[in-house]
Design a protein around this ligand. Structure first.
Ligand code: TEU
Length: 598
């Protein structure tokens, strides 16, 4: 039984107590994720770029966010939309130049927005000079030891070294000579295999090699010197693998985390302190030492830059180990993101999030959407809520758009009323749904091809966003080009179609963020509102009071039940995610959230 959600005494009602001095920007920032391919395209080739981003940053300043995080814009063959980096110190020509990056960072700072960039340390692109050198140099060379090359199993080495599966489907190993599109001369014929937890074009780096460690620290330094305010660390739980690379027949797939725990007979991890059946490629003890040394790199730099862990690690207690005081500053709260639309389940994850993060003195974060998952305006409109499928196609069960949006607005109001830092994914402020009818031949996510179409993949949440209802490509590009087709109905979601329109999702987010900032909700303390008694512990209402000295208390209440509920006495509505009901406007309908003050 969870002691927090069944609490009865006032003391046990406490969720989180703000500690004096813990007021740094990243403890309460609202961070907006820009997906560069799909934000704004200044050049008109259908792919978003850095000049496009710089030209639209005023929208984000007006929205009221504190920081932006940009998915990778480095030089890359774009086999995994930029998460396959071939040069960490250059901008891909599709996105612009280093000068464009400098100008974009400068413009953001002018608007008082911090800039967080994405660092991909688990793997490089196969077009990275290191990997090309590794192929050319052959087995046993120092060049190969920057990656994870092994001899195959089987009599002739014809089988992969172990049974690991790629998160994108298929084996996690590719044999050097077997690769069909090998760039000729540099390609070796020695028959070794290399490890790739993702696409075969994304070879995993060998983090046992000091040269790899030194190189990535120098990359951090490079971007710190260009003025960035932090790094989002891709696959932060994956860098170190268990020695010996033991077989593991569990499956780890995109979005879902560990899908299938390994069967009893499987050899799992034997490391002390790891969980039974712990995947030998994830969340190994050795990763923490890396983040401790990175923290030192940041601390030696003037200003206050941060590290954010993208780590699909459960339970939350394990995740909190990434944000101990000498490691990273924040970790994405994916446990919150994947929680089904259920008040008891959400209450549990909210309580646990505070418990584990407070234990290590880190801020809790909240996130509902990103470039890897079905947008929450659609996910919450599916018959089964929760982590959702990896993409939705024409033949799949379709979300209920109206229900999804109603719940999405309620979920966002709940999330943004809670102390901690919160993430917004581009387009979510427009109430944008997933594109659920993309033609298969437009799909680019490697998961689609690697699973033979069994998973539709992540393209549906990556479609270029609409700015102007009546412009070509809805103002995404001046020419009307768009690397993925946009649904016609998206004109209604365009920024200009919602600006100044009362009740629009955009104006709703603007108001929410303005109030959140005015009341400094991100730095509040929080407790369960006791009025609901049993209802709050077992029922369909989530009710949290966000408090701070010197300002009014704010009740953050969400009704996930099928019956309307009354606002407790003494509270006055400040803002709601949808229309209130009842003669006095104090009734909270189904799938509606409210902020109230007293
Ligand atoms: O995603 C990584 C990711 O989601 C994995 O951590 C996965 O969920 C995990 O293995 C399951 O436990 C990041 C990026 O966000 C994504 O876009 C990239 O495709 C991927 O890394 C590879 O770089």
């Amino acid at each position: 039984m969870n002691s927090v959600s069944t609490a009865t005494s006032p003391r046990q009602q406490t969720l989180h107590v703000h500690r004096p001095g813990q007021d740094q920007w990243w403890r309460h920032a609202v961070i907006y994720q820009i997906y560069p391919r799909s934000f704004a395209d200044a050049r008109g080739d259908g792919v978003g770029d850095l000049r496009g981003i710089a030209s639209r940053l005023d929208h984000l300043a007006a929205l009221g966010v504190d920081a932006v995080w940009l998915s990778p814009f480095y030089r890359s063959p774009q086999r995994d939309a930029g998460y396959d980096v071939s040069d960490y110190r250059d901008v891909d020509p599709r996105f612009g130049t280093l000068e464009d990056a400098d100008a974009m960072i400068a413009r953001a700072h002018e608007l008082d927005l911090k800039v967080i960039v994405d660092l991909v340390p688990n793997h490089t692109s196969d077009q990275h000079v290191w990997f090309q050198q590794a192929l050319a140099a052959g087995p046993g060379s120092p060049e190969r030891s920057r990656y994870i090359f092994r001899e195959g199993s089987g009599e002739l080495g014809e089988d992969p070294p172990n049974n690991w599966q790629s998160s994108f489907g298929g084996s996690a190993w590719t044999r050097v000579k077997a690769r069909p599109d090998a760039p000729g001369s540099a390609w070796a014929e020695d028959g070794q295999w290399y490890l790739h937890l993702f696409d075969s074009s994304q070879p995993d780096l060998n983090w046992e090699n000091p040269e790899v460690r030194a190189e990535l620290e120098s990359v951090l330094q490079f971007w710190l010197d260009r003025g960035v305010d932090g790094f989002r660390i891709d696959v932060a739980h994956g860098l170190v693998k268990e020695p010996g690379l033991p077989d593991w027949s569990g499956s780890v797939s995109m979005v879902t985390g560990v899908d299938e725990p390994p069967p009893e007979e499987t050899q799992g991890s034997t490391l002390p302190g790891t969980l039974p059946g712990h995947p030998p490629m994830y969340d190994q003890e050795g990763v923490h030492e890396i983040y401790r040394s990175w923290r030192r790199v940041l601390e030696n730099h003037p200003g206050e830059q941060i590290l954010v862990a993208e780590a699909w690690v459960e339970p939350l207690e394990r995740l909190a180990r990434y944000v101990r005081s000498d490691e990273m500053n924040q970790a994405f709260n994916f446990s919150f993101l994947v929680t089904p639309w259920s008040a008891p389940r959400l209450r549990t994850v909210i309580a646990e999030s505070y418990e584990v993060n407070d234990e290590v003195g880190a801020p809790t974060t909240w996130v509902l959407s990103n470039h890897d998952v079905v947008r929450h305006a659609s996910r919450l409109g599916l018959a089964e809520t929760g982590k959702g499928p990896n993409g939705i196609g024409i033949g799949d069960p379709q979300p209920d758009a109206e229900l999804g949006l109603r719940r999405a607005r309620a979920a966002s109001l709940l999330m943004l009323g809670l102390p901690g830092s919160a993430y917004i994914y581009q387009g979510e402020e427009l109430g944008l749904p997933e594109h659920t009818a993309l033609p298969d031949d437009a799909r680019e996510d490697p998961t689609f091809a690697r699973t033979d179409g069994a998973e539709k993949g992540r393209d549906g949440c990556r479609v270029p966003i609409p700015w102007e209802a009546d412009a070509p490509a809805f103002g995404f590009s001046p020419t009307g080009e768009s690397w993925l087709p946009q649904p016609e109905e998206w004109s209604a979601y365009a920024v200009d179609a919602q600006t100044g329109v009362q009740g629009s999702t955009l104006e709703f987010y603007r108001t929410v963020l303005r109030l959140r900032r005015e009341l400094v909700l991100g730095l509040g303390s929080s407790q369960w509102e006791p009025t609901f008694g049993d209802l709050a512990s077992d029922g369909d209402v989530i009710a949290v009071v966000n408090t701070a000295e010197g300002r009014e208390d704010v009740l953050v209440l969400a009704n996930l039940g099928s019956e309307p509920v009354q606002l407790p006495d003494g509270w006055q509505v400040k803002l709601s995610s949808g229309p209130m009901s009842g003669d006095d406007g104090r009734t909270v309908p189904t799938d509606t959230a409210v902020w109230a003050t007293r």
